[in-house]
Ligand binder design. Structure first.
Ligand code: PTJ
Length: 254
């Protein structure tokens, strides 16, 4: 039973934390993933813990980009598997994307636990565990370089939520379009992705599912227009401005 009273002023944030701790206890999350969550929380606080206009713009562009993709792949790490497994599977079905488990702190047991959780959440096929179809992505020294030939390696668009520093550049060099969720607009991943959703993935994922559903009825010309009108650098500046305004105004104590 949870020790967090629903009436606690920071209950929402504490419940998310609890999900991650449970994910750690169940073998999904790396120890370092708990620290990553803490970093995210700090940025979320500065963003006022809400989905701002720049995040909504990025979500729309991301939905258009994922729908127009020919071989989209969602890369799943420990944090995402603990925070929103059902939503990730729902999104993969909505945009017809493959799911691939790809870890920074790679270990077989954790990969298996994540795969089990995704299957329990309704996923049929999950890549990332089969050594017979694995290959290496150039330009990455971490374990993230091991990818599936039929997944990230062949993808044209890759969604990499809560990512560490060096993979986005390598994926871009390999000619892929990269979309990320990252609460830190200054991170290397945020700065080098094609589309950065600066929002808590636990809030933004459902918005991305809804937007993908809405845009799935539109034609490719309109989707292309949405993508072409989106400027990630400009959007990131607006995210940073949001933080700056919150700091100067003094965010209402939540
Ligand atoms: O499961 P693994 O082994 O693949 O490891 C995953 C982690 C997350 C531990 C690994 O990728 C890592 O170390 O990531 P970083 O370098 O700490 O970066 C994570 C980024 O995600 C940071 O910029 C955080 O601000 C951001 N972040 C953390 N929690 C959230 C978030 N962004 C959106 N929503 C969150 N809930």
């Amino acid at each position: 039973m949870s020790l967090i009273p629903k009436s606690h002023p920071r209950a929402k944030s504490l419940f998310i934390r609890e999900k991650l701790v449970k994910g750690f206890d169940n073998g999904l999350v790396a120890k370092e993933g708990l620290l990553a969550q803490g970093r995210g929380e700090a940025f979320d606080y500065l963003l006022g813990e809400k989905t701002g206009k720049p995040a909504k713009n990025a979500i729309r562009a991301a939905a258009a980009q994922l729908l127009i993709a020919e071989r989209p792949v969602i890369s799943v790490n420990g944090n995402i598997a603990a925070l929103c497994p059902k939503e990730i599977v729902k999104l993969s079905k909505q945009i017809k994307a493959k799911l691939e488990v790809n870890l920074f702190y790679a270990n077989k047991m954790r990969k298996q636990a994540i795969t089990k959780t995704l299957k329990k959440s309704g996923a049929k096929e999950i890549l990332g565990l089969n050594p017979n179809t694995s290959t290496k992505l150039l330009g990455i020294d971490s374990a993230r370089r091991i990818v599936d030939k039929n997944g990230i390696f062949a993808a044209d668009v890759v969604l990499v939520p809560l990512e560490d520093g060096d993979r986005t550049i390598a994926l871009r060099k390999a000619g892929k379009i990269v979309i990320t969720f990252d609460l830190n607009p200054l991170s290397r991943t945020s700065q080098t992705a094609n589309i950065t959703i600066v929002d808590n993935v636990t809030r933004a994922i459902n918005l991305l599912i809804d937007e993908s559903k809405k845009l799935s009825k539109k034609n490719n010309t309109l989707l292309r227009k949405i993508i072409d009108n989106f400027d990630n650098k400009k959007n990131l500046s607006e995210n940073i401005l949001e933080i700056k305004e919150n700091l100067t105004r003094g965010v209402k104590i939540a």
